[in-house]
Design a protein. Structure first.
Length: 340
């Protein structure tokens, strides 16, 4: 099975012309009766060998981290980060294996973050009151590590990891400068960070409306990172889940918010927002069903309603997009994937 990344590599190597590769993509899209932009392709597996290598790599990294910590505080993070970079030189740069590359990127950035904390304070202290400046410094180093990794290997998820670390840096600095934000401003700050990540995802998406290049892969991971940072603060501030109980009024608002998120997802042709909000809308619909007098079967009924709605939306995704996109101004429509 050949992925979009393989076709892009063949174009760069001169094996295929760009016109031939795009023609092949269009043929596959027509055969599946769905436009290429609607597929939201991203490469995670090229074969079972990806899983095999990932398991072996994970064992090596865990062992290196454990042995490094026995040598001294922080050595574990250094060992994991260094080994991750070395392994990426082969499995990412030469073999272009998707799942191992994802693991090695996350372990490199995470190992760098953990190693940096050893030079400041212990990891739990970073998230305690007064640890904002140290947390910001460690997150900034992690963001720089992600940037270096991107310059060398250009793994699509790297931009999302670096953006997350940069958002954490700014958030930690603001909390350190204004301690009162720790009590009442964390959720608004997270929401603002989610909007920044979403805007960055739209920037990458805007450069590849037909989703045929690496830009689309980068945008996919950015949307996946932005979605929980947007969804969780919204539903948390609405008080949707409070000790496992959701009021009918809050539940109704939550469902309305989910419908609004669905409209945004349809407009930008990305499903991450819908997936990230599933747990919240599940609780909300369960509360509405319970208020309607159906106790005992609310969870099953809520799952049935949500599952049915999502399946219908998936089956008629492009038809549902048309009226949503038609409401947008032409300047904005020109930046979005075309509607079939």
């Amino acid at each position: 099975m050949y992925s979009d990344s393989d076709l892009d590599a063949a174009i760069e190597a001169g094996v295929l012309s760009r016109e031939s590769a795009n023609g092949f993509r269009d043929f596959v899209a027509r055969r599946r009766a769905t436009p290429m932009a609607d597929e939201e392709h991203f490469r995670l597996l090229t074969g079972f060998n990806d899983i095999f290598v990932t398991i072996a790599t994970l064992l090596i990294l865990v062992a290196a981290g454990w042995l490094g910590e026995r040598i001294g505080n922080g050595f574990g993070g250094v060992a994991v980060a260094g080994l991750s970079w070395a392994l990426a030189e082969y499995f990412t740069r030469k073999r272009r294996m998707a799942l191992p590359s994802l693991l090695l990127l996350l372990s490199f950035v995470g190992g760098t973050f953990v190693a940096t904390t050893a030079t400041t304070v212990s990891l739990p202290m970073l998230f305690a009151p007064g640890g904002g400046y140290q947390l910001a410094g460690c997150a900034a180093v992690a963001a720089a590590a992600a940037w270096l990794h991107w310059r060398r290997f250009m793994v699509p998820i790297t931009v999302a990891a670096g953006a997350g670390a940069a958002i954490l840096t700014v958030t930690a600095l603001l909390v350190a400068l204004v301690p009162a934000l720790r009590d009442w401003g964390i959720m608004p700050l997270m929401l603002a960070g989610g909007f920044v990540a979403f805007a960055l995802a739209m920037y990458w998406d805007g450069g590849d409306r037909l989703r045929r290049t690496r830009r689309s892969d980068v945008a996919f991971w950015l949307h996946l990172a932005a979605a929980p940072m947007i969804v969780h603060p919204i539903f948390s501030m609405l008080g949707v889940i409070d000790g496992g109980r959701t009021g009918a009024a809050a539940a109704f608002i939550a469902v309305a918010v989910y419908v609004a998120l669905a409209a945004v997802a349809l407009a930008v042709d990305r499903r991450a927002l819908l997936v990230s909000a599933l747990i919240y809308v599940f609780y909300a619909i369960s509360a509405l069903l319970q208020a309607a007098g159906t106790p005992g079967a609310t969870s099953a009924l809520a799952a049935l309603v949500i599952g049915s709605a999502l399946l219908l939306l998936s089956a008629f995704w492009q038809r549902a997009r048309r009226p949503v996109v038609a409401l947008l101004p032409p300047t904005l429509r020109d930046r979005l994937p075309p509607v079939a």
